[in-house]
Design a protein around this ligand. Sequence first.
Ligand code: NAD
Length: 305
Amino acid sequence: MPDELRFDGQTVVITGAGGGLGRAYALFFGSRGANVVVNDLGSSSKGEGHSTKAADVVVDEIKKAGGNAVPNYDSVEFGDRIVETAIKAFGSVHILINNAGILRDISFKNMKDADWDLIQLVHLKGAYKTTKAAWPVFRKQKFGRIINTASAAGLYGSFGQANYSAAKLGLVGFTETLAKEGAKYGIFANVIAPMAASRMTQTVMPEDLLSMLKPEWVVPLVAYLAHKDTEETGGIFEAGAGFVSKLRWERSDGALFKTDDSFTPASILARWSEVQDFESKTPQYPTGPNDFFALLESARELQSN
Ligand code: NAD
């Protein structure tokens, strides 16, 4: 067994830590020496209502086990107040886990603007507001760890979740750019698509699956990514039931067309199998917009012939 990773003297802010995955993260970090800010609005899984109880119960659990924790009851849309709680109580913030979330599942046909807006507000704007407040602190201390929470629904699409999928994939793009802008300041950002039994999933998954999906089984990856010794940044991971894996974009080798009158929709049709051929040629794994410009060299060659 390797030595267990600890977080002594570090302050971790976890949004939506009053239940489900966030609670599991909070209890873990509290048991490994970190100061924990347990944020939770105490709303329903659809984002209705609020209560201080959810955060208070988790803070009590951490304290009873000998850890350090304070509650915060703000909605993540006021993420600056959550970070302020960390600074006031513990003097800084080192790790930010954007985890709070709700669902407004409904077919796209029946989706109302309110279903769309609330999901973007909590998931995307919430993560933006906490990160925006933590960023100058991270930059100044030349250290920060951000873990954002996406979803398989965002990576692959999911029936009845157009609003949620859009927000969750938005968090992937957000993370990728934070990773690029933060690297030289020691700020690392990664994004996870977890799978866990919680009130969010208990009504849509069968009991035997839920029993394999304890939130605790997502904790080791999150804690690893949050640790000062990790070198990982800009990673996209799926985790659940003891399974941990990394994802990346794959671009087919594609087809290159001469950009003259012959470049028509029919020419695309004729070479469609090449456009989507991931098997016979060498696929590429782009990591930024500049990777497209590398293609331009061969395009220039073809056009000049
Ligand atoms: P959960 O409902 O148990 O926990 C979410 C917590 O966020 C709740 O305690 C809730 O009160 C809190 N919250 C909601 N809105 C808030 C707001 N505006 N401000 C502060 N707190 C707020 O759900 P969970 O399954 O633990 O989900 C945690 C995260 O993981 C979410 O972002 C969710 O979208 C994501 N996720 C979960 C799964 C899964 O399988 N459970 C899958 C994919 C993604």
